[in-house]
Write a protein that binds this ligand. Sequence first.
Ligand SMILES: *Cc1c(COP(=O)(O)O)cnc(C)c1O
Length: 403
Amino acid sequence: MSTTTTRTDTYLQQASDFSAHNYKPLPVVLERGEGCWVWDVEGKKYLDMLAAYSAVNQGHRHPRIIAAAKAQMDRITLTSRAFHNDQMGPFLERLCEVTGFEKALPMNTGAEAVETAIKMVRKWGYEVKGVPEGQAEIIVCSGNFHGRTTTIVSFSDDDQYRNGFGPFTPGFRIVPYGDAAAFEKAITPNTVGFLVEPVQGEGGVIVPVDGYLGCTRDLCREHGIAFMADEIQSGLGRTGRMFACDWEDVRPDVLIVGKALGGGVYPVSAAIADSEFMDVFHPGDHGSTFGGNPLGAAVGLASLDVLIEENLVEKSDTLGQWFRGELQKIESPHVKEVRGKGLMIGVEIKAESGPARPFCEALQLRGILAKETDRQVIRFAPPLVIRKETLEWVLGEVAEVLR
Ligand SMILES: *Cc1c(COP(=O)(O)O)cnc(C)c1O
């Protein structure tokens, strides 16, 4: 038995000794990345099939995004919103142009953008819809994941996200995901908003039945309810459309983006809406020290440009469709279902075959980094810059692991 300590062991030990144990990562320590490839501290090369939960859609260290970041770092990085900077305006104008909305409120992490949307819609509910103060209700879905703040975990139905973290923020109702009739039944005169992931990511890559988004969108319009789409993971090309809502031609009232908006370089998120909603905010109502900072804005603008100019959305669509089809052809006694949209793909492992984790560990040994989600699901969501040849190699490896 070997007693030598590898560099990997040292880093794993440090993470264990000096941080909270709030994650259970695969035992790989990465030190470099380029495109869809990453290298660990032992020099081993891996394909990144997680893309940091879709925050690296443009690939690791995309040259154009890195150049924009470096150039901006040589000018100015942070002004706070107490002053203006020359990067935020051009970035938000482009973001509005790409999304088709009038205004965008920049934040940093996804959870902050979700919180921003919740505050916006509650205030809109009181000021515009006329709901009595303190009575606003927001409908959310079972299996949701919208982040980790105390308010957001208040409306999770995952015990682990909530246990030990109460008391919780009131004002939320959970309805089954994908069930428009259940949504309609939960509506009350005090319902101000509906918060939904058009495809659930952390919930196990769940695609709702066709028509669900359109139907709930219509119900929201009918009842004066703000439709909030959390596209932090599903947006910016991941599902083969710029936004997953586009699959049903649904235009939300509030669009929430994050992750790939920062191109894997820097946290950039935003809540996006028309003036009717955005104008409820007045000076002092809401803010963030780093939100809209010039470094993040420069990175965000370059990240959008790369997605569009490199046709990554179309690539996600065609490659994803083909790859999903090939995965479905793999004959495996362990696979219950292969599902997804674009390059947001889940392979669900049968309960009797045990959890998905050992399959991910086997893939790691073969140089493919994928992470299980919701215990039974292997998620495949590589950077959208991935090549078909690379995915062909993945198929061979996945087939062997699944058989
Ligand atoms: C990742 C994610 C969030 C939270 O984003 P953070 O940047 O981790 O705060 C919210 N909603 C969805 C759908 C996500 O996938």
